[in-house]
Design a binder for this molecule. Sequence first.
Ligand SMILES: [Zn+2]
Ligand SMILES: [Zn+2]
Length: 400
Amino acid sequence: MPPTQSKDYYGILGVKKTATAEDIRKAFRKLARKFHPDVNPNDKKAEEKFKEISEANDILSDEKKRKIYDQLGFYSDQIDPAQAEAAARGGYGRGGHGGQQGVPFDFGGFDFSDFANQSGATGRQQPSGSGWGGFRDIFSGIFNQGEQAHREPKGGTDLEYKVQVDFWTAIRGGTAKLQIQRQEMCPMCKGKTSTGSSHTCPECHGSGQVTQMGGRMKFNIQCPQCVGTGKTQHACPTCHGEGTLPRMELVEFRIKAGTRDGQRIRLAGKGNAGVNSGPAGDLYLIIKSGTHPVFTRQGDDIHITVPVTVAEAALGAKIEVPTIDGRAQLKVPPGTQSGQKLRMRERGVPSSAHEGKRGDQIVTIEIMVPRVQDERSKEILREFAKLNPEDPRKAMWAKV
Ligand SMILES: [Zn+2]
Ligand SMILES: [Zn+2]
């Protein structure tokens, strides 16, 4: 029965066994930046490496977990620190040896087969009074990741794409197309990851059991590769056991009128395919709305700056301004100042969330000062100044 290796978490993070919590934190952060899936999209090796360093960090950054790992050479949530302590001392329920340091401890001869069969048939049943019941649980945590997980239905991951949509399409709605790459169910194995007949498991050579070392102890446990069956199946040659294949696809979708910049559109089931009949993920489209030279959109409101003459602003006027629906009348009240904002109710964008509602158009007034050339105009302005001698900076000076 070949032994399986326990993981060297210190080696994985590249730190010494004497590393401080700070050393471990730094080492993990450095590696995580390098292997993070966001930095390495579609890179299986980086993904595996990231999982590995995350697992190592999870154990070593936790004082209690690290202690158990140091004592046994492996970690499971189901281990009681006191058990680990006893096992590390070489005792573990063997009267007389407890407390003796450095005594070689070998349970290789212990027969777990009855126990394994029993719990295989009825789940978690434990032999009464043996005191060893916890060990299957201990190791099940470690080996649940192997091949076994590959045979269970696994949902496909979601996809996210940014879509540039022009200003008017976002406001009025329409359809758009986007080329995406998604994982599709492998047509050869129908997403089952394997094909053909089974053969002898290479991990346990058909025995269904492997040996795990835990500190100085040796345990016979169910083979994680074949889940104790002693047989495995060939990986599908088309998808190399992934169950899915990448494919380009042209997706056509509807954009609702009033769609905002940054809004997400969800296309259910259009993400990556699942394996072993697992459901497909969803496709999320993040809308990036285009800009317009005159209109600026903020949510459902439209902002626009409109120039007016001094006479229009001083005397008041009815002027025409552009809106997203075309020309509209705006009343400029007498005495309107430059920079003043006038609200045109419900002249903004129809809401995509609330039927029948729409935003406002907010007009910022910009007073255009005439560049007078002729003597007559200059004369009038001088006379106007004489008639209106008040200092516009008076209020400002009062505050200084
Ligand atoms: Zn396949
Ligand atoms: Zn096996």
